[in-house]
Design a protein around this ligand. Sequence first.
Ligand SMILES: Cc1cc2nc3c(=O)[nH]c(=O)nc-3n(C[C@H](O)[C@H](O)[C@H](O)COP(=O)(O)OP(=O)(O)OC[C@H]3O[C@@H](n4cnc5c(N)ncnc54)[C@H](O)[C@@H]3O)c2cc1C
Length: 414
Amino acid sequence: MRHVIVIGAGIVGLATAHHLLTGGVRVTVVDRDPEGDKASFGNAGGIAVTEVIPASVPGVLWKVPGWLADPLGPLAIRPWHAPRLIPWLLRFSRAGRPSEFTRIVSALAAINARVYDDLLPLLAEHNLHEELQQLGALTVYENEAEFNKDTMQWDIKRAWGIEVRTVSGDEAREIEPALGRSITRGVFTPQWSHVRDPKTLVDKLRQSLLARGLDIEVGQVCDIRPGVEGRAVSVGLSDGRWITADKVVVAAGAWSGALVRCLGDTVLLESERGYNTTFAEPGVVLSREVIFAQRHFVATPLRCGLRIGGAAEFGGLHAPANFKRSQALARLAALYLPGLRTEGGTCWAGHRPATPDSLPVIGASPRHPAVIYAFGHGHLGLTQAATTGRLVSDIALGNPSLVDLAPYAISRFN
Ligand SMILES: Cc1cc2nc3c(=O)[nH]c(=O)nc-3n(C[C@H](O)[C@H](O)[C@H](O)COP(=O)(O)OP(=O)(O)OC[C@H]3O[C@@H](n4cnc5c(N)ncnc54)[C@H](O)[C@@H]3O)c2cc1C
């Protein structure tokens, strides 16, 4: 039986393990803290298949100074990290050129179009189908001018077959009565869904995979050594142990960059830290995820409460979290959800693994074909995990790919 090591027990690593086990492969997941906190636990829970627009859109750079001027605004760059961020920012700016933008949209649409084909069977096989709430999402606006600014993006989504229904403020309140009068416009996207609780999903999936024969090794991977002629590959742990397998999948989220570098490959990957507050007793009821487009935050009704989240903070992997951001998002939400009780919430921060072109890295290492990359999903890691797992397992098993993998290749960073 073939043996594959997957580094990372986040949603991407576990979904990959699922597809490999289904393909008859022996799988060992290695994680320094398999049950510990990670982006896959605290995210907003959105299965955001409609999100085919990258972060870098034409003209976005003009908005950056305004965002940065607000210390608790939607975008922050920690000053000491700014010099290290320059190559990433230059590439981000290039991704916003019209020709790049079109290429990236089509690559995001290609992967998102497959999401339910891969996610629904995965959930069903692990008896997790009830974790998914297929109720669509509502994007809301405070005024016509802001709504009009997004017209092009909605048109692009329509052109990619995404169902988009514009609604008035009153119609938005019929869909979500908790919304205040300041909402004057909305867009309902029925294909979006959300999970009841991302942490429960990951925990249950991990337990179900263990029951199906998955091995989990606890350890910090600090080295990867490919064998001769791309055959066996060994993974070195910080306690001195080595584990050898036929292939290794790097699914270590925002920490994947260090592992890529030890293999001699190049990537531009940053931690884009996000924040949220979850209110167990919010005093308001939402049925589906609501996206507050102008203010760049979302509210998702989860089993554990109403989660208000957003923000994009670039400060590297080691900067302490600034939970004032979580609190600021909660205060902002209270402006639009008038009944929201903002006492007693639980603050959280997590590292999104962000590439400058908003595309994940999926594919074999050009130098070492026994190593396969599966990271860099940014805002869409929960959404794209099942499909990434499917694509990675096809690479490992030598099956033809269901999607053209060229746009996700790590070689784009050379
Ligand atoms: C605030 C916020 C909201 C979000 N909302 C959404 C959303 O609504 N929808 C959506 O699709 N996505 C969302 N995301 C993004 C999504 O959460 C991430 O893209 C996704 O969880 C990444 O999963 P992952 O498995 O790649 O990484 P992670 O979940 O970070 O897991 C990586 C794992 O690798 C392990 N690891 C790392 N390095 C090593 C090493 N050297 N050795 C051993 N183990 C290692 C870590 O311990 C960790 O367990 C959000 C993210 C944030 C922060």
